[in-house]
Design a protein around this ligand. Structure first.
Ligand code: FES
Length: 113
């Protein structure tokens, strides 16, 4: 069974992912955090990442979350993608702030309506 290293550029962390697992499953199976987790089925879009380097296979992703222009830039839903090489990625989904706390101001988060 082939295992690839997935590196999350936002926080410099990495984890190992079997080729049979999605990028999200690999991260979760190790009890790691990094990519925001939501529905795990391509429906919510919070696990959206941009693959910077590496190759992968993907299942059909809703245009509601991944536009053609997103796709052209390597954006995918981590719960729909399996690695076929080592992967470097960046979190770009709506919950990116949960990964990139270093760039967030401290204090009470503001609520936007
Ligand atoms: S976790 Fe909801 S789309 Fe991936």
């Amino acid at each position: 069974m082939v295992i690839y290293t997935v590196t999350i550029e936002d926080d410099g962390s990495s984890y190992r992912c079997f080729e049979s697992q999605t990028l999200l499953e690999g991260m979760e199976s190790l009890g790691k955090k990094g990519i925001p987790v939501g529905c795990r089925g391509g429906g919510c879009g919070v696990c959206k990442v941009q693959v910077l380097t590496g190759s992968y296979t993907k299942r059909v992703m809703s245009r509601e979350h991944i536009s053609e222009s997103d796709e052209a830039q390597g954006c995918v839903l981590a719960c729909r993608v399996r690695p076929t090489s080592p992967i470097d990625l960046r979190v770009v989904g709506a919950m990116k702030k949960n990964v990139c706390r270093a760039v967030e101001p401290s204090g009470v988060p503001s609520l936007s309506t």
